[in-house]
Ligand binder design. Sequence first.
Ligand code: HEC
Ligand code: HEC
Length: 277
Amino acid sequence: MSISRRDCLFGFGALLAGGAVSTIVDGGAKIVHAANTKRFEQVNGEFGWTPHKLDPKECAQAAYEGYWYKGYACGYGCFYSIIGVLGEKYGAPYNQFPFTMLEANKGGISDWGTICGALYGAAAAFALFWGRDERTPMVNELYRWYETTKLPIYNPGELAQGVKGDIPSNISGSVLCHISVSKWCHEHNIESSDKRRNERCGRLTADVSQKAVEIFNRKIEQGANFKTTFPVQDSVEYCGTCHQTKGNEANWAKGVMDCTPCHSGSDATQNMFKDHP
Ligand code: HEC
Ligand code: HEC
């Protein structure tokens, strides 16, 4: 649709007239100038898809396979393991989703090492069904589990696509790809470009999927009664008494990631720009 100067004038007129939806008859054609509320109307409504319970083990395997499929990686693997598997079972609208959109999440978004792609994939999948108030406890449950659990757990056995057998695991303490991967590599003396690191992230994608689907199923069962089982991190509670409390002179900090990895003065967070190999 091209927008003519005339349409623009009408559009501005409608805005000036107060912003409500205005219908203008122009040479027989009905032109609807939408106010903002109309503009954002969405097919199937907002957060409007219907969830169905899934088998966490089946989804974990799909996530692992999705991770390796054309190297589309963690965000794609985890998101596909929920929405794609729903599509395999129930067809539309789930199978209409352009899944490769989630490939942007590889390596914490185009290898920037921000949020772990698998975690974003799960949160995005949840958001097709539940709005913010309902979804946040689900995200909190998954992310806090990720911060505190020794990963990876999943072992694809003979179906391994990177390396077979056991690989080391650790607790990341962080939802960020950078911290999660770098800490694991440092602890186990493995280069971040090593195939074992890919395998670790593939298995971890399966773990995140399995946990996400358990949460998804529990949400379907419990509805509005769904609650997080993890308490808020000690650091967020303690540091937040000043840095996240309204009216406090030091109320500056955004976010509920565990503060510890970055603000505990660990060896890794000293000044590395001087006296460093
Ligand atoms: C009792 C209140 C209080 C608590 C609890 C608290 N802070 Fe602060 N924090 C402050 C105040 C006040 C400042 C500003 C100090 C200044 O400007 O000299 C500050 C400064 C900071 C700064 C900036 C330091 C700098 O000089 O650049 C960081 C980072 C910070 N706090 C992180 C934390 C973290 C992480 C925790 C939890 C481990 C924490 N704070 C707990 C009150 C608090
Ligand atoms: C992933 C690492 C990371 C995490 C997790 C993190 N921070 Fe920070 N934080 C930083 C960095 C980096 C800065 C910017 C420091 C600078 O000014 O160079 C910062 C800035 C701040 C500041 C502003 C002070 C300043 O010096 O700029 C406060 C206050 C703060 N963080 C508190 C917290 C609290 C409280 C938490 C936990 C709820 C937390 N941070 C979690 C890395 C982190």
